[in-house]
Write a protein that binds this ligand. Structure first.
Ligand code: S3P
Length: 190
């Protein structure tokens, strides 16, 4: 458990990254370890819209879904103390990376196309991957989004690492970021 876990002012941890990189599984695990609440922006979007992600995409399109994601980040996230898994495209639209970073420490998870493909097959919450060639779709989306992911948070590569190992890595990153953010600025040199 990070040393800041018992403090009321513990910053949120937000997990960003492509679909199937393990944000929810890792987020849930960390929240359990740290005894903090776990939130998932996909669930909050569904709550806000009163319907499923598949329906939001089908009835109103992706732009509307992104507007709902923005609303969730702006007004439905706690200020601190939570572990939050972000929908895979949430940090991609202009300005969203910055907005998400204003809510806590952001870690972006990466995984290989093979891993993503394996983990994402047959999930109705991922209408963007509905395609005759999901592998090509993943490659195409990943290429478009890579820069946004790298800019949004600290990159952690998940391939070949167990959930347990990832917990330790992300916990270290989080601790380091919190320490750096809390460090008082150096006095100016005379
Ligand atoms: C999306 C990822 C999904 C969900 C929606 C759009 C994306 O979340 O928000 O289908 O654009 O990458 P997960 O990453 O939790 O699957």
């Amino acid at each position: 458990m990070p040393s800041s876990a018992h403090k009321d002012h513990a910053p949120n941890l937000l997990l960003a990254g492509f679909m199937g990189t393990g944000k929810s599984a890792l987020g849930r695990q960390l929240a359990k370890r740290w005894r903090r609440p776990f939130l998932d922006t996909d669930e909050l979007v569904e709550q806000l819209a009163g319907t499923t992600i598949a329906d939001i995409f089908a009835e109103h399109g992706e732009e509307h879904f992104r507007a709902l994601e923005r609303k969730v980040v702006e007004s439905m996230l706690p200020e601190q103390g939570a572990v939050i898994a972000c929908g895979g495209g949430l940090v991609v639209p202009s300005g969203m990376g910055k907005l998400v970073r204003s809510k806590g420490v952001v870690v972006t998870l990466f995984a290989s196309v093979d891993t993503i493909l394996r983990r994402t097959s047959g999930n109705s919450r991922r209408p963007l991957l509905k395609s005759d060639d999901p592998e090509a779709r993943i490659r195409e989306l990943m290429k478009k989004r890579e820069q946004a992911y790298l800019q949004a948070g600290i990159a952690v590569y998940t391939d070949g690492r167990s959930l347990q190992q990832l917990c330790v890595i992300v916990e270290r990153v989080y601790e380091r970021e919190v320490r750096t953010a809390l460090k008082p600025p150096k006095p100016p040199r005379r």
